[in-house]
Structure formats: structure tokens, C-alpha cells
Unconditional design. Structure first.
Lengths: 236, 229, 236, 229
């Protein structure tokens, strides 16, 4: 009894490893928006030799790394309102133009976090419901969910209480309908395709049946399902 | 002669009336016209409908107006930013009516007002609680929500440089909502770091043409929250 | 018999005088768009000491006079596609922003020509009907009619065949409904207000009854109707 | 690495298919990508739906495509400009289907396509023949017409300067339709007078961010109608 629980808590990718794994799938030359939280750690894991243009919805394309301490310019910030930098080839624009980029389908990938994802690709990631907080905040989540060519979600496979985050139908307020294309979790990579959820990669410690047991929706196993692996990282 | 310059912040915000709909520019700490907001607090207008991305603080900007009890309704995408002490139980802001709008829809609704478009369709928020009660329409097999323009009486905005014609240029991500808010209000008031004179801004590099601006006031040492200069 | 016709042809303002008269009503600091034809001659008659910003719908605010011969820049043209210049304080913008200025109600005055104007202020100025020409062209006329705060029309009072251009109802294809605010003709200045047409100025040679006789709609005489006069100009 | 530069005009227009909807920038002689149009004529695509303000000539630009018989339909505000010999009885252009659109509506329909807006309401053309058959809606007591986005396969545009990222800057009134057309097409191809390298354009002064541009080609000595260099 006592030796199974700790083991169950240890297996699976760390949050940084999930970000690393997603970063490997972002092709050279992509235009990408990274949501707050786990997605924002992706830039440090982008493979060398790829030039990827990061979009920040507050009016910046070509976002660079954070500035060195003391070099902060509070008129050059990211969507998380923290100081950032601009890389060669970057540009500034106003909010309507910035969201024209998002809503007009010009971003290759939007990477978001999630509270819940349904088997149809519905996403809930902005509100825990009317009772959870007095003040709801949505920001650009709904625009990014609706507008990008591909929506990737980075999330723990289950909530802290062990309940599945991938479900038949979301019961939390929706961010967007049928918008998610791919889900990266600590346990698996799952694609949302027309017919439902297809498991592409699973960590070596678990079987497809294990993943099914931790998922609240029907899954199909990809014919060429691979092992989900990532290097070890020290948390910053 | 066209000369949009006014002498000081009090002159800049003169005439803003109780009950006005006021757009306030900025995102995070960038491009927020904190000095104009402070002047508006001193001017006294109340019962305002405030429109902006959100309040990141109760000390300056949007949050200052809310904390001072001047706001009846707040139309925002992220009303309570990181670090803001507003909207806590028992707070004066508790009675403020909130309208939560997706950030891109907020920007487009503001731009629409400036462009003479009373309504437009968007995929954003379709099927979510934020589209409840709004008309929808199908185009080419997909569903869209009808969103309305946000008409405003006043826009308080911030830019980097102006000339006497009210032309404006910005810096970095301090541009954000400011250029579209300038278009959307009956009266646009801009605080800028510098007014150049007598030479105008280069016509190729102007982001906001002066036709959208009624008053400009120079504030060299602008108000910022501590540590965010 | 033979001495009345030539006299009737001579009275009234010339086209340049109509433009001069309209120019006097454009206040210092106004933002104005001038349509092709008679309206485009307005700038030479703007009273000194007034700074007026001319909008050209192809993306220019602060339009100046035509360039000297040899100084033409074919990348800096007016809405009539002829080379122009930009004055201090001017700016360039793209077509959607330019028509946001027009359609968003930011122009103080749009000055247009007319084929017909109705007593409700309906304007017909873009098409002589389906049979008149194989290719209709509308340009920015409908936007300018619908969008500006004030729409002034400059026109001969009657067509060449003597028929009135100010009519109860337009029979030519409309440019806009109830959009005209003021009409400047060779014979009179007429305002379109809620209740109908009000004559503000009449040339000294004619009476109100004469104007009524040459107008196809009901007119009211303003309480303070003035003489319509203008200096003489040599046609260029 | 991001590098939008292509070697020549033939490479720039490669892959444009018969039946494509093609936006072509420019107004008057300014900002018309005459060299790209000439390359498209040589490339051979036909049955095109052409979108642009109008044809000012049958020798270059929009009119060249029409005169060569490559255009099935022309969506324009001023299809036959001063001096154009097109659309005369007996002309090859006689069979071209015309859709006449008010110039501001044309611009906004193009911008809408780029911004993910399938339709919007405008006062322009309400009650006129150009709004016949279009849905209308009342907002605040006034009547508006529903106008649809113009989605396009390709945009051929012209700018003054580019960098390898496809960022663009313009000159004077040669900007016109080009920046919004860049947003509206699946594939945007820009001819520019100069490509700077290796330094990029100043991010404050970029009008068209490179995300909207797929290919740029430098044409230093661009094709113009005689006397309009």
C-alpha cells in the first residue's frame, strides 16, 4: 500500500517537460502565441536553428527573452504585463491589429492552458464558475481559442483531486467550442480529430488502459503510438 | 490655426460630465494615461462608464477611478489585474457593474465605433457564457456572434510624441488600445511625453492622425506605480 | 423675346463663384473632403488665416496644392489620381483607416457634386441609370455622403436642359438617403432641415418666386434671407 | 530561419491557380504592383476574380489582367478609370462580371476578411441600388446594410521597403489598399523597391508585419505607365 502512492505521484512529465515536448513540435518559421503559465516556458526549449516569431497580444510580434535586471522598459511588456524585449524582425501594432492577427487566422499555433477539454475539443480555461470568484477575467483566451490555425493545450492530465480534465463534456464555463487540436499532458499527447480523441504518445510507465482510466472521455490508440519522453530539467 | 495643445492637465479634462462613457487606454503599466486619470479624479466627474482592458492597480489608472467611487460600470476583459486590491468583498468597488468582454472583441468593438460600424460578427465567444443573449448568424457553415460598437463620450489616452495638430506616435507596447480609443470617442484627450514644435511629426510615421484628437497635454515626468518607471 | 434668353443665361454665379461662396463657410480648423469637380476648386478660395485640413480618401490628411511642374511624385496623389502635396501636420494611412475617418463621422464637411437632390436631402450623384453607361463607377461617393458630419453639395441649380436638379424625389439611382445638409447653386443657398428646404441666400437678380419656379420641390424662405454674392474670377 | 525573399517575379507568382480570387493593391498609379501583375499575365492564370479599386489603364495593373482576358469577375469601386480603354462595346472585357462596391465598403470588406469578421453593418449605400438584396438591421434608430468579408486566395501588393521577415513600409499615398489586402489573402506577395538586409525595419515604423506576407521580391525599376514615374 505505502509503496504505490508515492510512485503514482512521481511518474509522468514535469510541467517544464510538458513545455519542452510541445516546443519540439513548433516548426521553423512558425508564428505562435503562448498563453500565461506553462505555455510561457516554451521559448527556453525551442530547438536551436528554428526561428519562431512569438506574438504577444498586447501589440508585439517577435517577442524576445525577458530583459536583464535593470534593463526593464515598462513600455515594452508581454501579455502577462512583465517587461520583455523585441527580436530582429519584430514589429509593434495596436490592439485591433493585434487581434486581427489572432482572429483572422494568421497565427500558426496558440498554446493555452486548460481546466477542462471535451472529446470534441471544447475548451474551458477562463472561469471556475460564478461562485469561484467575484470578478471573472477572460483576457484574450476566447480570441486565441477561436482564431489560431492550431490550438495546443498544455495541462496536467488530471486535477489535483485526481479527477480527469479530459472529459466527455465540460461542465465549467466554455472558452471556445471545438477549438483544441492537440493536448500535451504529463502522461500523454492526444489529438482531437473529427471523430474524437486519438492518443499519439504515452509515457513509458503507463499503458493505454492506464490513460483511459485517467480520462473522462473515449480514447482511440493511434496505430503508431510512441513513447512520450523528455529530458530532465531543474525547475527555475 | 489648428492647435490641440492645452496648458495643463486640468484644462485637458475640463468639461467631462457625470455619467459619461470614458475609454481609458493602456495595457498593464504601458500606455496608461495615469496623469489624465488623476486629473479626472480631481475634476470630480462621477457615475462614469469606464472602458479599458482592466485595472492593474487601485493606485493609478483605471483602478484609481474605481477606488475613488467614480465608476458605475466597467467594461473590461481583465477587470482585476495581478496585484490589484479592487473588487474584494466590502470594497467600495463592490457595487460596480461589470461587463466582461474578450480582449479581441473589446478592441474590435472600440475600433468599430471609430469606423462607423454599429455591429459586426465574430467567432470569438460563440457557445460561451460571454455570448449569451447575443444574436448569432451563420456564414459559410460556421456560427458567429453579433457584437456592438462601444460608442464613447471621452477617450483618455497616452502617447509618446505629439505635434500641435494632435498627431501622435507611440513607443513599444504602450500603443495597445490607445490608437483605436482615439478613433472611438467624441472627444479624445492625449497625454504625451513630448510635444514637438514647430516641426510636425513625419507623416509616414504618425499612428494616430490629429483628426481623432481634440486636446494634447505634455507630461514629461509621468505618474507610474512605484518601480515601473 | 430675343433679349430675355441671353440675360437668363448670364445671371447667377459661375462655377468658381459657387466654390468661392462655399469656401467662406468652412471654419478655421475644419477637416474637409472635397469631391471631384467643382468642390476640388475650393482650396484656392479658402480665406486667409484659416487652417483647414483636407482629407483625400486615398490615404492622406493635410493635402496641399498641386506640385510644380517637374516636381510630381506619382506615389503622392489625390483622389482624382493627380499628383498632390502634403502640408505640415499631414499624415498618411491605409484605405480602411481613411474610410474609418469618413464613415466614423470624423470629417466636419464633405463637399460633393450632384445630379439631383430631393427635398429630404437624398442625393443622386454617381449614376445616370443603367442605360447611360456600360460601366458604373461609384468610388467613395456613398461613403462620403453617409459618413461626414455635414454634407455640402455644389451644383448648378438646373440641368443644361433647364430641368430642376432639386426635386421632390430623385428618379436617378441614389447615392445616399437624407444625407445633404446644404446646397450651393448658381442661384441660391438652400439648407435641408428636418421639415424640408429653406432658402438662405438668393442672387440679387432673382426673387424667391423665381427660385421656386426653377426648383422641383417645396421651398421655405428663411426669415433672414440674404443676397448671394461673390467676387468675379477668371476661369483658369 | 524566416526568409520571405524570392529570387524573381516568376518565383513570386508561382502557384497562383486558375479561378483564384486575387486582390491587387493600388489606387491610381500609386502602389499598383504592375510588375507582379505582368508576371501573373506571363504565368498564365485565368478565370480570376479580381478585386481592386479600379483599372486606370489597360496597359498595366488591374486593367492589364482584364485586357488579357484573364478576369472572370471584377470587384471594384471605380472599374473604369480616367483614360482606360476597357469596357468599351466589342472589347474583350465586355464579358467580365462586375460587382460595384462603394470604396469605403470595399476597403472594410477586405479588412474584415483579414480580421476574422465574416460580416459587418454599415450606413453606406443604405437605400441605394448598391444595397439591393442585402440584409439590413436597425441600430439605435438608424438603418444599416450587412456587408460580407472578401476572402481571397492571393494578394499582389506593392510597398517601398521590406526586410527578410516580410515586414513592409510604404510611401505617401502608395499605401492605400496594400496593407489591408496583405491581411486578407491566404497568400500575400509583395513587390518592393528595396529589401534591406541584414538589419530589419524599425519595429515602430512597420505598417505591415511580416506575418501577413509570404513572399517579397525586389523590383528597383518598377513598371509604370509612361510619364508616371
Amino acid at each position: 500500500m505505502s509503496d504505490t502512492k508515492p510512485a503514482a505521484e512521481k511518474i509522468g512529465l514535469s510541467r517544464l517537460q510538458i513545455a519542452w515536448r510541445a516546443a519540439q513540435d513548433i516548426a521553423d518559421g512558425s508564428y505562435v502565441n503562448l498563453g500565461i503559465g506553462m505555455p510561457m516556458t516554451i521559448p527556453r526549449f525551442l530547438p536551436e536553428g528554428r526561428e519562431i516569431m512569438l506574438h504577444s497580444e498586447n501589440g508585439l510580434l517577435g517577442m524576445g527573452p525577458p530583459p536583464a535586471k535593470g534593463d526593464e522598459d515598462w513600455d515594452l511588456i508581454n501579455a502577462g504585463t512583465r517587461p520583455t524585449t523585441v527580436l530582429p524582425g519584430g514589429s509593434f501594432f495596436h490592439h485591433a491589429d493585434s487581434f486581427a492577427i489572432v482572429r483572422g487566422g494568421h497565427l500558426d499555433i496558440s498554446v493555452l492552458g486548460a481546466f477542462q477539454i471535451s472529446e470534441k475539443g471544447d475548451l474551458a480555461n477562463w472561469s471556475l464558475g460564478p461562485s469561484a470568484a467575484r470578478v471573472p477575467t477572460v483576457g484574450g483566451a476566447m480570441d486565441l481559442a477561436a482564431g489560431a490555425k492550431q490550438v495546443y493545450v498544455l495541462t496536467d492530465h488530471c486535477s489535483r483531486d485526481g479527477s480527469p480534465k479530459i472529459v466527455k463534456q465540460c461542465d465549467l464555463p466554455l472558452t471556445g467550442l471545438a477549438c483544441v487540436n492537440r493536448i500535451y499532458t504529463d502522461l500523454a499527447i492526444i489529438d482531437v480529430i473529427g471523430e474524437g480523441l486519438v492518443v499519439r504518445e504515452i509515457i513509458e510507465e503507463l499503458s493505454f488502459a492506464d490513460i483511459e482510466a485517467q480520462t473522462g472521455a473515449a480514447l482511440r490508440l493511434s496505430d503508431d503510438c510512441k513513447a512520450l519522453t523528455a529530458p530532465e530539467f531543474e525547475d527555475a | 490655426m489648428i492647435d490641440k495643445r492645452v496648458a495643463d492637465l486640468a484644462a485637458a479634462v475640463a468639461g467631462i460630465e457625470d455619467g459619461a462613457t470614458v475609454l481609458v487606454g493602456g495595457f498593464g503599466d504601458a500606455g496608461v494615461p495615469n496623469d489624465l486619470v488623476q486629473a479626472l479624479v480631481e475634476q470630480g466627474a462621477k457615475e462614469l462608464t469606464l472602458v479599458g482592458n482592466g485595472a492593474i492597480s487601485e493606485v493609478v489608472g483605471h483602478g484609481r477611478l474605481i477606488a475613488e467611487g467614480r465608476v458605475r460600470k466597467f467594461i473590461a476583459s481583465f477587470p482585476k489585474g495581478r496585484g490589484s486590491k479592487l473588487f474584494e468583498p466590502g470594497d467600495a468597488s463592490e457595487s460596480v457593474e461589470l461587463e466582461i468582454v474578450p480582449q479581441g472583441t473589446l478592441a474590435e468593438r472600440i475600433r468599430a465605433a471609430g469606423a462607423g460600424i454599429p455591429g459586426f460578427y465574430t467567432a470569438t465567444a460563440f457557445g460561451t457564457p460571454l455570448a449569451e443573449g447575443k444574436p448569432t448568424m451563420e456564414f459559410d457553415g460556421n456560427q458567429f456572434v453579433l457584437e456592438r460598437a462601444i460608442q464613447a463620450d471621452v477617450a483618455l489616452i497616452k502617447a509618446k510624441t505629439a505635434d500641435r495638430w494632435g498627431n501622435l506616435a507611440y513607443t513599444g507596447t504602450a500603443r495597445n488600445f490607445n490608437p483605436i480609443m482615439a478613433m472611438a470617442a467624441k472627444r479624445t484627450i492625449a497625454q504625451v511625453s513630448e510635444i514637438i514644435d514647430p516641426d510636425p511629426l513625419d507623416p509616414e510615421y504618425i499612428v494616430t492622425p490629429g483628426i481623432f484628437v481634440e486636446r494634447v497635454v505634455a507630461v514629461a515626468d509621468d505618474l507610474r506605480e512605484e518601480g515601473r518607471q
